[in-house]
Design a binder for this molecule. Sequence first.
Ligand SMILES: O=CN(O)C[C@@H](CC1CCCC1)C(=O)N1NCCC[C@H]1C(=O)Nc1ccccn1
Ligand code: NI
Length: 196
Amino acid sequence: MEIQERSGFFMITMDTIIREGHPTLREIAKEVTFPLTEQEQQLGKDMFEFLVNSQDPIKAEELHLRGGVGLAAPQVNVSKRMIAVLVPSEQEDGEPEFAGVLYNPKIVSHSVQDACLGDGEGCLSVDRDVPGYVVRHARVTIAYQDETGAAHKIRLKNYPSIVVQHEIDHLNGVLFYDRINADNPFAIKEGVLVLE
Ligand SMILES: O=CN(O)C[C@@H](CC1CCCC1)C(=O)N1NCCC[C@H]1C(=O)Nc1ccccn1
Ligand code: NI
């Protein structure tokens, strides 16, 4: 058992985030097992901290962070099934709409109805605009484990549902533009919910 060097201070910044073209973004990430290693626990905290910092106007400015509402471990070159999500409330000072670090997240059921963000999507790992509707499930039931390994099952709709689906896609090597209709980026079928 090599002596684990107590790592110095580490913080996720834009330099930590790998960009499209890096093979890790197209890998299928591996499930994490419990109990988590020290590194896996710390990584979950660091990923969430990045989102908090990126949404803090002062810190984001200071650290040159792009504001993010979600982050998946493969984006920091760790091919493990863990995601962090911090969806702010619509009101200025309200509680976050959805916040947490989810281990081994899995869509266990979903609505027949699809949905997409009216403004399309972007990605911190994609340094270009790719216009078009990213068609996803409108509502999802997600099973996941928390940092203690406890199992949870939650139902999500609207923006939080879209964000979590974007993050789970990263664990399966899928990028948002894979879900844009190549022939007509803004084509949507009857009944698709467009979230403004
Ligand atoms: O995998 C994870 N990512 O790639 C970070 C993405 C995740 C979201 C994209 C669409 C659904 C999930 C992200 O957050 N963005 N995409 C690129 C730049 C903008 C930024 C964003 O939407 N920021 C934001 C939005 C509302 C409030 C505050 N900030
Ligand atoms: Ni992304």
